[in-house]
Write a protein that binds this ligand. Structure first.
Ligand SMILES: NC(=O)c1ccc[n+]([C@@H]2O[C@H](COP(=O)([O-])OP(=O)(O)OC[C@H]3O[C@@H](n4cnc5c(N)ncnc54)[C@H](O)[C@@H]3O)[C@@H](O)[C@H]2O)c1
Length: 287
């Protein structure tokens, strides 16, 4: 279990914006050294220089998490600069919406490539190093409350987040079997005020939808994500949730009890327990 943070090394993907950026601020407050990884080169450089100006020891590495080679490169750069890694946050993620039968295969390829394979590549690159170090450490995979419930018009995103949570639970069990001092947490944010509703900015050209092909449902849900996240929690709340989760070695970092997200989650668990048909949870950015 990780209890000492000063001068320890944290690697964060999706570090240029939103939750990843807030994680970097939070770890910096603890005196950690930061490896910031993101696909957006300019925003990454900007975020890294903001922290460097505050006296934080930062390494910025342009990384596309959907590419295994980029994660190997990120690991090599981290070890060359700092010689170790103590906290790994596989956080980068994107959103695309639409009816399951309308969503084109490139939507699925993009969303699963970043949200699921991005985590898998991070795990494959860094876990052997963390096992070899045999020092207290922690891995935080950013999943979502959408990885615990299912909502219409978000099939690719929900599937990616359910799969990410499954991978994260599996990793937890495997590291316990190995008696590793590395803890694991699944961060499951609700609606957070970030740029996730503008994910299209990072979609590679070869995975773009053909011009003008968006269905009304795709447009509707992507606009809804923009407006609902605009009223969401500040990303610093997620950074605090993560930091406390690491310190207390808690796996599930979820929306608070009593929120609409919590109720939707409990309804799904009850649906399964009672073998009844799925309840549609109504979730809001308010609670
Ligand atoms: N904002 C929310 O309401 C919310 C809710 C649940 C889960 N999440 C999850 O939180 C995580 C962070 O997202 P956010 O809300 O801060 O959004 P954001 O768009 O503000 O930040 C995401 C970051 O990931 C980067 N990124 C995108 N594709 C990448 C790639 N291929 N390789 C490397 N970096 C890439 C982006 O450039 C960006 O800096 C994501 O996994 C997202 O699914 C967000």
């Amino acid at each position: 279990m990780l209890t000492e943070f000063r001068d320890r090394v944290a690697v964060v993907t999706g570090a240029a914006s939103g939750i990843g950026r807030a994680l970097c601020d939070r770890f910096a407050r603890e005196g950690m050294k930061l490896v910031m990884a993101d696909v957006e080169r300019d925003r990454l450089a900007q975020a890294a220089s903001e922290l460097t100006d505050q006296g934080v020891d930062v390494l910025a590495v342009r990384t596309d998490v959907s590419r295994a080679d980029d994660l190997s490169h990120l690991r090599d750069e981290t070890l060359e600069r700092y010689g170790a890694v103590h906290v790994l946050c596989n956080n980068a993620g994107v959103f695309a919406g639409g009816l399951s039968w309308d969503a084109i295969s490139t939507d699925w390829e993009w969303v699963l490539g970043v949200n699921l394979y991005g985590i898998l590549h991070g795990v494959r690159a860094f876990v052997p190093v963390m096992l070899e170090q045999n020092q207290p450490g922690h891995i935080v995979n950013t999943c979502s409350m959408a990885g615990l419930i299912n909502m219409p018009l978000s099939g690719a995103y929900s599937v990616s987040k359910h799969a990410a949570l499954s991978l994260t639970e599996t990793l937890y069990h495997e590291l316990r079997i190995k008696q590793s001092p590395v803890g694991v947490s699944a961060l499951c944010p609700e609606l957070i005020r970030t740029r996730i509703g503008h994910s299209e900015r990072n979609r590679p050209a070869h995975l773009k939808r053909p011009e003008g092909s968006a269905t009304p449902e795709q447009t509707l849900v992507e606009q809804a994500i923009q407006s609902s996240t605009a009223g969401g929690l500040d990303p610093s709340a997620m950074a605090e949730r993560v930091f406390q989760g690491i310190r207390e070695d808690r796996f599930y970092l979820l929306a608070d009890e009593g929120t609409s997200w919590d109720r939707a989650c409990l309804a799904r668990l009850e649906d399964i327990r009672l073998r009844r048909n799925p309840t549609l949870g109504v979730v809001t950015s308010g609670n």
